[in-house]
Design a protein around this ligand. Structure first.
Ligand code: AP5
Length: 221
């Protein structure tokens, strides 16, 4: 049975952190739209260069570009058993497209886990974040420091600060989230597949609660 899960939440809520931990625990592939864009930018593909114009401004990449990129990724054979989606969907149009893509293969989203975090906390988290250049694992100078400063625990890669992690970009990204992505909470609530987790808690506590929610969703699927 395939399992499609979505992690929803504002920038800095901990979607990437949790998606990596859960994907490991559940042996599920982690697909993050932000990581796909960053990989494409590093490879200097036309899509990556185009997307970077929006990412650098703290704006969402247009729906048609994002939807076709994610659809292409989901069509690969390694996604057949299911996926942990992180950062997609981010608009109602993307959510509708995801529903259609999955319906074509007789599947649907089993659970949307919404990680709720206050804006003040988000700003603190985004301010202290560093990201691995190689595997995109994330760290925080205070809340989740790497064992060796500047280097990734998971793969030994070098850590860097994402260009959209400059303080001037944080508030803009949060505003864009509130305008364009927050309506998905209601969208999925209406479809009765949304569950909320208090993302202010420690990483391990959030992870435990998410695992419980996934377990429940699997039993009812
Ligand atoms: P993306 O890469 O998806 O960024 P985001 O959604 O802004 O999310 P972040 O990666 O900033 O935060 P997160 O929730 O993953 O938190 P993290 O785990 O890192 O997107 C980047 C850009 O690409 C977008 O702005 C947009 O332009 C474009 N894009 C991507 N997808 C798109 C789409 N679908 N449509 C259109 N455009 C799209 O944690 C943050 C920090 O907090 C870390 O330092 C971590 O160590 C720490 N932390 C995490 N959890 C906790 C905790 N519980 N307690 C303490 N610290 C914690």
């Amino acid at each position: 049975m395939s399992m499609f899960l979505v992690l929803l939440g504002p920038p800095g809520a901990g979607k990437g952190t949790q998606a990596r931990l859960l994907a490991q625990e559940l042996k599920l592939l982690h697909v993050a739209s932000g990581d796909l864009f960053r990989d494409a930018f590093r490879a200097e593909t036309p899509l990556g260069l185009k997307a970077q114009e929006y990412i650098g401004q703290g704006e969402l990449v247009p729906d048609e570009v994002t939807i076709s990129m994610v659809a292409e990724r989901l069509a690969r054979s390694d996604c057949a058993e299911g996926v942990m989606l992180d950062g997609f969907p981010r608009t109602v149009e993307q959510a509708e497209a995801l529903g259609r893509i999955l319906a074509q293969r007789g599947a649907c989203v089993a659970l949307v886990a919404y990680i709720r975090v206050r804006t003040e906390t988000l700003l603190l988290r985004l301010g202290g974040r560093s990201t691995c250049m190689s595997c995109q694992a994330v760290y925080h100078v205070l809340y989740n420091p790497p064992r060796r400063p500047g280097w990734c625990d998971a793969c030994g890669g070098q850590l860097y600060q994402r260009p959209d992690d400059m303080p001037s970009a944080h508030r803009k990204r949060i505003k864009v989230y509130l305008n364009q992505t927050a309506p998905l909470v209601e969208y999925y609530q209406e479809r009765r597949i949304l569950a909320t987790v208090d993302g202010e808690q420690d990483i391990e506590v959030v992870q435990r609660q998410l695992l419980e929610l996934v377990g429940r969703a699997m039993r009812t699927q």
